[in-house]
Design a protein around this ligand. Structure first.
Ligand SMILES: *Cc1c(COP(=O)(O)O)cnc(C)c1O
Length: 232
């Protein structure tokens, strides 16, 4: 049977191949092992194989697992975060991928400031304009970007997207392109650097890497199918 270690090695290989194919370095792509719903033992197996960055999408679930696992793990928060969970989450996560509205960014800023912390964040963009999805509308983000960049306790490192489910990985390419183009436009209009592009999951991370992903979020292909569905 394929172990978590086997799968991790395979994915690392696929990341390297995808990077090489488009003239990028494998080191420029960071694999985040998305461990939501999986137990601490599974995370430890990946840790033992050298994986250091893990992603969770529920504060309560993550806070229950974190104390049982090596302190050196870098935890990323990948989901939508409710404002009443920010205070609890802030000290534990090095990067928040799912900052999906100006209100959310403002709440992060205010709470980080109160706690004397800095919050590293990515802005989530609703790339397909889906009514049911979280995320900034692209036009709204362009309008808001200057005021978001002026927040003093958050560092905006880039953009993140969860494109709609598609049949073939190739069908997701246009959404990855659109996130990259939006990033490039924001960089040129604001003069700030936004190096991070968090895009690509189990089925389509190779395509995302070809389109510039710096952070890929892979769960199922490492840990197997999730025991229960998770929203967000
Ligand atoms: C669950 C989740 C993933 C991982 O998805 P897989 O298809 O299992 O690789 C990636 N990103 C986000 C935001 C998620 O919630």
């Amino acid at each position: 049977m394929e172990t978590i270690a086997d799968r991790l090695r395979k994915i690392q290989g696929e990341i390297a191949v995808a990077a090489e194919r488009c003239g990028r370095q494998a080191e420029d792509v960071t694999l985040i092992a998305i461990s939501k719903t999986h137990p601490a033992e599974a995370i430890r197996e990946a840790w033992d194989e050298g994986q250091r960055i893990f992603g969770e999408s529920r504060v309560q679930e993550a806070l229950a697992k974190i104390p049982d696992l090596p302190q050196a793990i870098q935890w990323h928060f990948i989901g939508h975060i409710q404002s009443n969970k920010i205070r609890k989450a802030l000290p534990h996560f090095v990067l928040f991928h799912g900052i999906d509205s100006a209100d959310c960014a403002l709440a992060m800023d205010r709470i980080a400031c109160e706690m004397g912390l800095r919050a590293r964040i990515l802005l989530e963009v609703n790339v397909a304009g889906e009514a049911t999805k979280f995320g900034f509308d692209r036009e709204a983000l362009k309008q808001n970007m200057d005021s978001l960049l002026a927040l003093r306790s958050v560092d905006i490192e880039g953009l993140m997207a969860i494109p709609p489910a598609v049949e073939k990985p190739e069908d997701a390419r246009k959404y990855f392109v659109s996130l990259r183009e939006l990033r490039d436009e924001l960089v040129s209009t604001t003069g700030t650097s936004l190096p991070a592009l968090s895009m690509g999951m189990s089925d389509d991370f190779s395509v995302a890497i070809e389109e510039g992903a710096t952070l890929v979020r892979v769960g199922t292909s490492i840990f197997g199918r999730r025991p229960r569905p998770v929203v967000g």
